[in-house]
Design a protein around this ligand. Structure first.
Ligand code: UD1
Ligand code: CA
Length: 456
């Protein structure tokens, strides 16, 4: 364990022109989380004394979307990576060391960074990669095995361009040297920028060793400059998550067609079919089956429940042994007890539904409290909204609501009420009663059906 206190600077001031987006690049998401938030969360795992994030383009958007406890530093003009680190200098003490990370390099893990820190000791550590096609990257220049400089693509000669060992950009520097080195940078190069990479040559001049560490896999240090690279890293990230779930015993019918954009807590013998998307915080119990093409966000699903294909669940709780879907929609604050059935084209919002209650077809249940073993006939609508206010509906136990009913809120149906099909229920119903609220069927005697060829 190195006692050298750690500081981290994350560079995130660039615009990301090649994303062709109104949003600054570092806010684009991997696994449902802005890239910059991902980098900050990884940085925090190293327990640094301080994390400084250098921002510039779209800083208001960044501050709004990435709410983390870090020191935000503004770089008003993007004059190069060396200049960016220099803007953070007032926040870095003269002792300890500084790790430089990038807001658009989202998949670096703490283990990779810990290796780098261990190799660097009190000197310089440099995370490198070896690429078949190194085009665009800074090249590692060695002399007798020692790393002596980094040359940027645009400044490199033919021999240097042939080098396949590249700079990932991630490096560790001793704070005692940082200010002096940064102040001696010049922008006399092909891009007219202050290159952070020039510190490698300066370290050599000062007799401070540079310790290169090669990344275990390229994606761990890969940056995102465009949507192609964003999509590639998303797939790598999702594949990793799917592997972890498989290893933990979750059955994924097709790990290549599963997306987790958040966190999934799961029990045993969970089965997830193709094209399921899990977002936010989701918890599913033992023996839960999730059918194809479901989208489940911030939900809790009790043991033994089955969510049939094409169902959409958000901010809701499903009890044990429920049957949900196909084509069901559970909206925020839907809270279902055990043994509930919610069938096709049924929407539930802000409603508690008691044990064993069923709404199997074409129904809307909103702003309601529903008892146990109640049955909603097909086509039941709770009219909860009068155009200005939402009103509450209370339905007791073992109620039978006839098909094609409208329950106009506020309204209460006592236990064991039965309502006739096609009723518009506007008044409270006493327990145990049969209630009809529809016009009677009549027969028009003597009516003759018009036929083609009749005179008008
Ligand atoms: C940099 C490295 C290069 C390395 C490559 C890896 C330098 C000079 N070159 O090149 O050796 O192979 O990364 O991807 O460091 N940024 C700021 N403020 C600035 C300039 C940049 O915050 O003034 C941020 C950018 O938003 C970006 C990151 O720093 O996230 C890297 O800058 P960029 O200009 O993309 O450097 P590269 O040319 O890719
Ligand atoms: Ca770049």
């Amino acid at each position: 364990m190195n006692k050298n206190p750690l500081h981290i600077v994350i560079l995130a001031a660039g615009k990301g022109t090649r994303m062709y987006s109104k949003m600054p690049k570092v806010l684009h998401e991997i696994g449902g989380k802005p890239m910059l938030a991902r980098v900050i969360d990884t940085a925090a795992q190293l327990n640094p004394q301080k994390i400084c994030v250098v921002i510039g383009h779209g800083k208001e958007q960044v501050l709004e979307k990435v709410q983390r406890d870090v020191v935000w530093v503004e770089q008003t003009e993007q004059l190069g990576t060396g200049h960016a680190v220099k803007t953070a200098l007032p926040h870095l003490p003269a002792e300890g060391r500084t790790l430089v990370l990038y807001g658009d390099v989202p998949l670096t893990d703490a283990a990779t960074l810990e290796n780098l820190l261990a190799a660097a000791g009190n000197e310089v550590g440099l995370l490198t990669d070896v690429l078949d096609d190194p085009t665009g990257y800074g090249r590692i220049i060695r002399n007798g095995g020692k790393v002596v400089a980094i040359v940027e693509e645009k400044d490199a000669d033919a021999a240097q361009k042939a080098v396949k060992e590249t700079n990932t950009g991630i490096l560790v520097l001793p704070n005692a040297k940082l200010e002096g080195w940064l102040n001696s940078l010049s922008s006399n190069n092909a891009q007219g920028e202050y290159y952070l990479t020039d510190l490698i040559a300066l370290a050599n001049t000062d007799g401070i060793a540079v310790h290169p560490v090669q990344v275990a896999a390229s994606h761990l240090a890969a940056g995102v400059n465009n949507k192609v690279q964003l999509a590639e890293l998303e797939r790598i990230f999702q594949a990793g998550q799917a592997q972890a779930l498989l290893k933990a015993g979750v059955t994924l019918r097709d790990p290549a067609r599963f997306d987790l954009r958040g966190r999934l807590k799961h029990g045993q013998d969970v089965v997830i079919d193709a094209n399921v998307i899990i977002e936010g915080e989701v918890e599913i119990g033992d023996d839960v089956e999730i059918g194809a093409n479901c989208v489940i966000k911030n939900a809790k699903i009790g043991a033994g429940s089955r969510i049939a294909p094409f169902s959409v669940l958000e901010d809701c709780e499903v009890g044990s042994n429920n049957h949900i879907g196909p084509y069901a929609r559970l909206r925020p604050q839907a809270k279902l007890a055990a043994d509930v059935h919610i069938g096709n084209f049924v929407e539930v919002k802000n409603a508690r539904i008691g044990q064993g209650t069923k709404a199997n077809h074409l129904t809307y249940i909103g702003d309601a409290e529903v008892g146990r073993k109640t049955n909603f006939g097909a086509g039941t609508i709770i009219a909860n909204y009068d155009g200005v206010h939402k009103h509450q509906t209370v339905i007791g136990d073992e109620v039978r609501i006839g098909s094609n009913s409208v329950l106009v809120a506020p309204v209460t149906l006592g236990d064991r009420v039965t309502t006739g099909a096609g009723s518009a229920i506007t008044k409270n119903c006493e327990a145990g009663k049969l209630v009809l609220a529809r016009s009677r069927q009549t027969v028009i005697e003597g009516w003759v059906r018009p036929e083609k060829g009749d005179k008008k």
